[in-house]
Write a protein that binds this ligand. Structure first.
Ligand code: 5AD
Ligand code: SF4
Length: 456
């Protein structure tokens, strides 16, 4: 039997796509292989959000080149966000990739996954794989994720939409993943029901702008959600999932929402639904209005502040984290200082801080100057990171001597690891087998990025 090995880079969406790929490859009769060196097919599911991410892929592919010299019939596929423009299989984008990737056989946009089998056969006509009906798969979202990466089957990621219509000027996603398209609500619910049946207690819904589910231009044109007149599709979805609480679903999280679509309806749903957790990751990107405008982030800091105020009014102890880019085109010292101030004011408990990385083809690349020196970007990153650590510590310390509910995701001997409702990593000891259970833990120590405690 032929074997495959998938190397995944980047965000949860890519990991979810890799699980979809697994289902597809197994239907072709291929089996997984842990060591890429012995696999017959190696797939790189790539990320291009920043230059560093792409560089990492290039260096890994280089290793495979050496391998391919010895193993002539090894097939190498590159997919994910480094492959753009779906117009033709041999578009100029792709041609540009081939010279830099001598080992590459197939460059495939992720939504073209259903055609992978025929592409493989084209290259190796003698390849022994099962027949699969390409036409029966209208879009790649219809291929179910294998959910194999969480052995404990306590927690799972479920993609609800793909692509983005927002076009932030720095971001490659609308070009790499295309326009926003939502999955049918019935398909999502059916997948979640199956997960709950096998014991999954926590589901994280994922999408580039997850809370605009059903509101994208393509969804509007298709009239897919026309029956939901009063209710936003995302809120309707959260309510439907909440009904699975009776069957054992305890927690529903979602990432990443966009501030523009953080409606009152959604805030209310977060406050009242049993499966909603007191945690939100809400990317702000900058604490300065002029920078937000250059980034085409469709809100002001005043509007963002208002959302946080409403959230805290309804869910008083909610933990909030964010994404911030430092050193974006034209960011002055004063603008950056405003971000620092805003970070403190919002009392963010965690953040992913990125130094701006110019991406080819984006609006910022075409019309703005990447004029902040590397050294300054780095300094700003360290300054903000220093504040992040200080604020994060505060966020952890507030749980000292409190009892939190922990979903045990990992148990190694006596050591149990899991997350609290506020999405804090918690570690404690127990002689009992607790994997997959939600247990109360009294917090005795708050470390830099970890809470320690004792089973109550
Ligand atoms: N440079 C730096 N960071 C970026 N992000 C997206 N595009 C870029 C870029 N060109 C960050 C944003 C986003 C997160 C997923 O990655 O903060 O929220
Ligand atoms: Fe990129 Fe902006 Fe879309 Fe997020 S909302 S994926 S940052 S374009």
């Amino acid at each position: 039997m032929k074997t495959y090995h998938i190397k995944t880079y980047g965000c949860q969406m890519n990991y979810s796509d890799s699980e979809r790929m697994e289902t597809y490859l197994q239907a072709l009769g291929l089996s997984p292989c842990k060591d890429y060196k012995t696999a017959d097919l190696i797939i790189f599911n790539t990320c291009s959000i920043r230059q560093k991410a792409e560089d990492r892929v290039f260096s890994e592919i280089y290793k495979v080149e050496q391998l391919k010299k010895k193993k002539k019939d090894l097939l190498v596929v590159v997919t994910g966000c480094m492959i753009r423009k779906s117009s033709s299989r041999y578009s100029t984008e792709r041609d540009a990739l081939f010279p830099r990737m001598a080992a590459l056989d197939i460059a495939l946009r992720i939504d073209e996954l259903p055609s992978l089998a025929s592409l493989m056969r084209e290259i190796q006509p003698a390849l022994d794989i099962e027949a699969i009906e390409e036409e029966s798969l209208e879009d790649y979202f219809q291929i179910n994720a294998s959910h194999s990466s969480h052995e404990a089957k306590t927690q799972a990621f479920v993609a609800i939409s793909n692509g983005c219509d927002k076009f932030c000027t720095y971001c490659i996603v609308p070009y790499s993943r295309g326009r926003e398209k939502s999955r049918k609500m019935e398909d999502i619910i059916a997948e979640c029901e199956k997960l709950v049946e096998i014991g999954v207690k926590e589901i994280t819904l994922i999408g580039q702008t997850v809370n605009s589910y059903g509101l994208g231009k393509a969804d509007e044109e298709s009239g897919k959600f026309a029956n939901l007149k009063e209710k936003e599709p995302f809120v309707a979805l959260l309510e439907k999932l909440d009904l699975l609480h009776e069957k054992g679903l305890e927690r529903v999280r979602f990432t990443s929402p966009h501030p523009q679509d953080m409606s009152d309806q959604l805030i209310e749903a977060m406050a009242v639904l049993k499966t909603q957790m007191p945690y939100l990751h809400l990317p702000v990107q900058s604490g300065d209005n002029r920078t937000l405008k250059r980034m085409n982030r469709t809100y002001t800091i005043e509007q963002y502040r208002e959302i946080i105020k409403k959230l805290r009014a309804k869910i008083p102890d909610i933990s909030i984290s964010t994404d911030i880019i430092v050193g974006f085109c034209g960011e002055t010292d004063e603008e950056f200082e405003k971000t620092l101030k805003f970070y403190e004011e919002m009392a963010f408990e965690h953040a992913y801080i990125a130094q701006y990385s110019q991406r080819r083809g984006t609006t910022a690349d075409r019309f703005m100057k990447d004029d902040i020196p590397q050294k300054v970007k780095k300094q700003r990153w360290h300054k903000l990171n220093f504040l992040l650590v200080k604020m994060a510590e505060r966020g952890y310390k507030r749980f000292l001597n409190k009892t939190v509910n922990v979903l045990v995701e990992n148990q190694n001997g006596k050591t149990c690891m899991g997350r609290s409702e506020h999405f804090k990593a918690v570690q404690f000891n127990s002689g009992r087998k607790l994997l997959g259970q939600i247990v109360p833990v009294k917090i005795t120590r708050a470390r830099e990025i970890l809470l320690e405690g004792e089973l109550v």
